[in-house]
Write a protein that binds this ligand. Sequence first.
Ligand SMILES: Cc1cc2nc3c(=O)[nH]c(=O)nc-3n(C[C@H](O)[C@H](O)[C@H](O)COP(=O)(O)OP(=O)(O)OC[C@H]3O[C@@H](n4cnc5c(N)ncnc54)[C@H](O)[C@@H]3O)c2cc1C
Length: 424
Amino acid sequence: MSVTSGSDSRRIVVVGAGIVGLSIALRLQLEGYQITLIDQNDPMTGCSAGNAGYFSEANIFPPATPDLLRQLPKLLFSKDGPLVIKPAYLNRMIPWSMRAVNVLKPAPYAKVMSALSSLIIRSQDSINQLAGATGAAHLITRNGGLHVYRSEAAFKAKLQALPYWEKHGISVKILNGADARALEPALADNVIGGLYFPESGRCSDPKELGLHYFRYLLQNGAQFLQSAFLGVETDLNSILQVVLPGQRLSAAKVVMATGHSTDRLLQRHGFKSALVAERGYHLMMSEPGVSLSRPVVFGEAYFAATPMDKGLRFAGTAEFCRPDAPPNMQRSHMLQQLAKQYIPGLTAAPGQPWMGVRPSLPDGLPAIGKVASQPGLFYAFGHAHNGLTTSAITAQCVSSLIDGREPPIDIKPFDYNRFSHSAN
Ligand SMILES: Cc1cc2nc3c(=O)[nH]c(=O)nc-3n(C[C@H](O)[C@H](O)[C@H](O)COP(=O)(O)OP(=O)(O)OC[C@H]3O[C@@H](n4cnc5c(N)ncnc54)[C@H](O)[C@@H]3O)c2cc1C
């Protein structure tokens, strides 16, 4: 069956109702486009549902560290470390790691930091616009983010990053243990220091933020189709066709914001695969017995605690693994034990576990651009650890591309063709 959704040049189909797709759909609707949103699941049930809610300015670095390859054997046999690689996933991880290590050379490293910080620095204004328009401003607080350390070695190592943050205009203050406890009295006495990012912020319910966008979209004329998206084709009249099971939809333009699945969907358009699934976990505690005022990142343990409307959420870690493999919820529960080392007053009350799949590219930059071989097809995915933070500025970049305007930042570094060469 072919459904004509209008040959209207302002009819856009956005595929993916996570925070990236919803932000794009909303931005385009606010700019006067007619939106059809497609997702095979309910909105905000993918990776965007359970993140740490941290609008972080600290994450401007590529994912690899100089000793990543040396650590690989240990990571393959680790069951519950902060970073785990499943042996069955090695065929994806080897090319990803080689590309990630290549980014450690000075020139690409500097390029990635500039590109990522250009997105992050502009992210606040664009999120405020979308949250303000949809009545979700109350979900956003800007009272900073705190990264804390218990070991001198880890703290000292992190201080090496200071010149990079300064160079890219990100404010950060160095704190001793007492200063950190003055900001967050729940912290343990053995916290010896911290880094405070005064301009960072948090979302007190990331799922609800996306649902505010979704409800606003529907109230203002968008259509939602719950369906799998199979791809796009151009018909004999050169009209773009969105291919769904048993149905086709015509559209002026299509944006793919399908998270970790986008890479697979783009392969039919000649793109090389570069993305891996970096699964993360959270534990939501409704009765933590302690309170925090802002996101607190536990430096050695690689995860964060964020105060939310429904309790305290511990979220993070990295498990490189097939996206559809059964979750190991033990990784959620271990966060409670690890957090107790930093927040001794935390109760033993049970929490709600969750797992989500981060779409991660080897250089840590998202992919934002248009498909040269298929006019009218655009993509925005691969936001890894920064997808909530950079969702609205991504939407601004995509809307500029669609409209033929100059984007708010240089988007060349986000072109997915940067991976058109093989990894070695
Ligand atoms: C534990 C954890 C903590 C995190 N903390 C933070 C944080 O504090 N701050 C931050 O900025 N980021 C954080 N992130 C990262 C952030 O959550 C992600 O980058 C972001 O959610 C990615 O959004 P997305 O819209 O691209 O993907 P998703 O939310 O996964 O949405 C993709 C959507 O596409 C749909 N879809 C896929 N394929 C198809 C298809 N073929 N047909 C139809 N629909 C399809 C899916 O059903 C899904 O709804 C965290 C992630 C994790 C896992």
